[in-house]
Design a protein around this ligand. Structure first.
Ligand SMILES: Cc1cc2nc3c(=O)[nH]c(=O)nc-3n(C[C@H](O)[C@H](O)[C@H](O)COP(=O)(O)OP(=O)(O)OC[C@H]3O[C@@H](n4cnc5c(N)ncnc54)[C@H](O)[C@@H]3O)c2cc1C
Length: 272
């Protein structure tokens, strides 16, 4: 039960949303699907007098916009799985959504945008957005601001979302590329210990590793994959310089297993 008094806002425009976020700064939270923020408020880990529900802004759509697929901040994992556009133009997003644990209840509520804004290193979402070269489109007091996903994830639980800002949508380039995905979990229902998204495009093979470090890490695998010399483990191990520790796994373990997770993602890419 949320024991503090709480005022619910359901703005109809981005400007109205930002005005509320500015007016109640420090005492307001944004509500996506609520799967993370509401339990935290129940446990009094987050206390706020105001909550801004983004459902009135029409952000639950997936659309094709020129060279991009635009994913609204309120698009759930279930929506990603159901979308023909995502299946055709951004299959890595579909792979990621299919790998999220928590069952249908979670998939029908939780949004990829909410996971991105929460900034938990132990998530499937950040590394996939970075791997795809996504752009995060924010709305704030100065209007729209676009931030590359690679710069959006600043630290553990810290993103580029500033005061009065919220995520409107994510733009993912429409790429005809080969992709592979793999994640290591503690058990069927656990969050990820290490994730790897591998993208091959124009002769280059790039792996983006998630959950091993506070923010996603990118590795150019082109030479080691093409030469057939298995130096992947060494490359990844040396690159995980600031490994992430939480209740799921110790940082040293994450660094040790990251190479194997990447190799499996490469195998997944090769299998098509
Ligand atoms: C049972 C269970 C299983 C899970 N399994 C996985 C898994 O396998 N892999 C994985 O990666 N994650 C997993 N998760 C985490 C899940 O991905 C997140 O809970 C979910 O995606 C968060 O999205 P939400 O829309 O519910 O966010 P909310 O709970 O609504 O919000 C999360 C945070 O982001 C902020 N926020 C939300 N939307 C916006 C916005 N548009 N702009 C600015 N700030 C915003 C909120 O203020 C809050 O701080 C699991 C969670 C549960 C409960």
């Amino acid at each position: 039960m949320i024991r503090t008094s709480l005022r619910y806002h359901r703005p109809a425009t981005p400007e109205e949303s930002t005005a509320i976020l500015v007016e109640y700064a420090g005492d307001v939270v944004v509500l996506g699907g609520g799967t993370m923020i509401l339990p935290m408020m129940h446990r009094a880990e987050v206390e706020a007098g105001h909550i801004v529900d983004l459902r009135g802004l029409g952000l639950a759509t997936v659309t094709e916009e020129g060279r991009y697929v635009r994913i609204g901040a309120m698009v759930t994992y279930g929506d990603l799985l159901d979308s023909d556009v995502v299946a055709r133009e951004a299959p890595l997003l579909r792979r990621m959504a299919g790998a999220i644990t928590g069952g249908n209840q979670l998939r029908n509520l939780a949004t990829a945008g909410g996971a991105a804004c929460y900034g938990n290193p132990s998530s499937d979402v950040p590394a996939v957005l970075v791997a795809l070269g996504a752009t995060m489109c924010l709305h704030g007091p100065a209007g729209e601001r676009r931030v590359p996903a690679a710069e959006f994830f600043v630290d553990a639980f810290r993103t580029a979302v500033g005061g009065g800002e919220f995520l409107m949508w994510m733009e993912v380039p429409r790429l005809v590329v080969e992709v592979g995905y793999h994640k290591l979990k503690l058990c069927e229902g656990s969050g990820p210990i290490v994730t790897a998204a591998v993208v091959r495009d124009g002769g280059r093979t790039i792996a983006t590793v998630g959950a091993a470090s506070v923010t996603p890490l990118r590795f150019d695998l082109t030479s080691c994959v093409d030469s057939g010399v298995d130096t992947v483990d060494e490359l990844i191990r040396d690159g995980v310089v600031n490994p992430w520790t939480d209740v799921l796994a110790d940082g040293r373990y994450r660094r040790d297993v990251a190479g194997a997770v990447v190799r499996r993602a490469v195998a997944d890419l090769r299998e098509g």
